[in-house]
Design a protein around this ligand. Structure first.
Ligand code: SF4
Length: 350
């Protein structure tokens, strides 16, 4: 397997070019082909000398992550499983609609948080993704679009706990949002977390504009302990305190993600507990009706219960929306497609 050109740092690219006898401006030319020209091979970089293209192609691929699976939903959602060539697979999703093109990307291979309803954590955490691998997901998804369209919004809500990989994630997002990258506004890139208080404060101190989403999923501590095992160690109070500190430091409203599990956290008393927890806080709740995972016991909520939950929150003064379900026909919930692919192949990740 060849290394990816995108996996090299800028100094490493310059060093390689120098050793190969080429001027440094070729590095910028290559990146322009990748970023603006959407090139995924060196052969397409037609204003590079043929000898350089051949040499690059002999030693590198442009992308080190390869598409292992692409599923198209009837609603336009496209879900990819990308393979790192070393037994690691991750998922990312393209969600175009009339006005915007959103992508959902992963920050880790597997996940160590253990949320009981999530397929991504079934085999535990394998590793953090590199800065390049986070960038590659966005470019790979962008390259599936017609030339006149590009990515407008990013959510880091795929596989993994985003804030556990802040050191690689922030440089990747910063590059994507820069003029050298895709020039996306930082305000359109949402970082999601189950709630790691120290990391929330660290992100707040970094002086970026990325919106934060906290995956709450339960407003009563004992239920959250069951659904999100890391909560037993951290505690709901500490998560909310960190969220308040984040708001105080950045002035930005936090979104609370709430997966509705049928018969588990979708009852009236759960809605009341959630509204009370968020009362007095500048917050928005995003309700996500659960998408059943074959291996797991949890059930999708009844539509009537979803609507009643929303209405109860609204009646109690909580800002709330129900997330549109996308890609249901292609196993678009976190981690499902990768699990299926792993089962189908002998190259098992876990
Ligand atoms: S929901 Fe997110 S944090 Fe929880 S196990 Fe799944 S990927 Fe990890």
């Amino acid at each position: 397997m060849k290394p990816g050109w995108l996996d090299l740092t800028e100094p490493q690219r310059l060093e390689w070019l120098k050793a190969a006898g080429y001027p440094s401006f070729r590095a910028g030319q290559i990146m322009r082909w990748i970023v603006e020209g959407r090139a995924d091979s060196f052969e397409r970089m037609t204003d590079l000398p043929k000898a350089l293209r051949d040499r690059l192609a002999a030693e590198f691929d442009v992308f080190s992550l390869k598409m292992a699976e692409c599923r198209d939903s009837s609603d336009g959602t496209r879900k990819l499983v990308l393979d790192d060539g070393q037994g690691g697979r991750l998922e990312c999703v393209l969600m175009p609609d009339d006005k915007r093109v959103s992508v959902c990307i992963s920050s880790q291979i597997g996940c160590g948080m253990g949320c009981v309803f999530c397929a991504s954590t079934l085999g535990g955490l394998k590793r953090n993704l590199t800065t390049s691998e986070i960038i590659q997901q966005v470019l790979t998804l962008r390259n599936l679009l017609p030339p006149e369209r590009t990515v407008s919004h990013i959510v880091v809500m795929g596989m993994g706990e985003s804030l556990a990989n802040l050191d690689n994630l922030i440089p990747a997002l910063d590059w994507i949002c820069s003029s050298a990258g895709l020039g996306i506004s930082q305000r359109r890139v949402t970082i999601s977390t189950v709630g790691l208080p120290d990391k929330i404060r660290k992100l707040a101190s970094m002086d970026r504009q990325y919106p934060l989403a906290i995956s709450l999923h339960a407003a009563r501590p004992e239920l959250r302990d069951k659904l999100i095992p890391v909560n037993q160690r951290v505690g709901l109070d500490a998560v909310m305190q960190a969220a308040d500190d984040y708001f105080e430091t950045t002035g930005r409203q936090i979104t609370y993600e709430y997966i509705l599990l049928g018969g588990v956290n979708d009852r009236d008393e759960d809605a009341v507990a959630l509204a009370r927890l968020l009362a007095g806080r500048k917050a928005h709740v995003n309700l996500i009706p659960y998408n059943s995972v074959g291996e797991l016991e949890w059930k999708a909520p009844a539509t009537a219960d979803v609507l009643a939950f929303r209405d109860r929150l609204q009646d109690m003064g909580t800002s709330v929306t129900i997330r549109k379900r996308r890609g249901r026909d292609i196993d678009a919930a976190c981690g499902q497609l990768r699990r299926e692919l792993d089962r189908r192949t002998s190259n098992m990740v876990h």
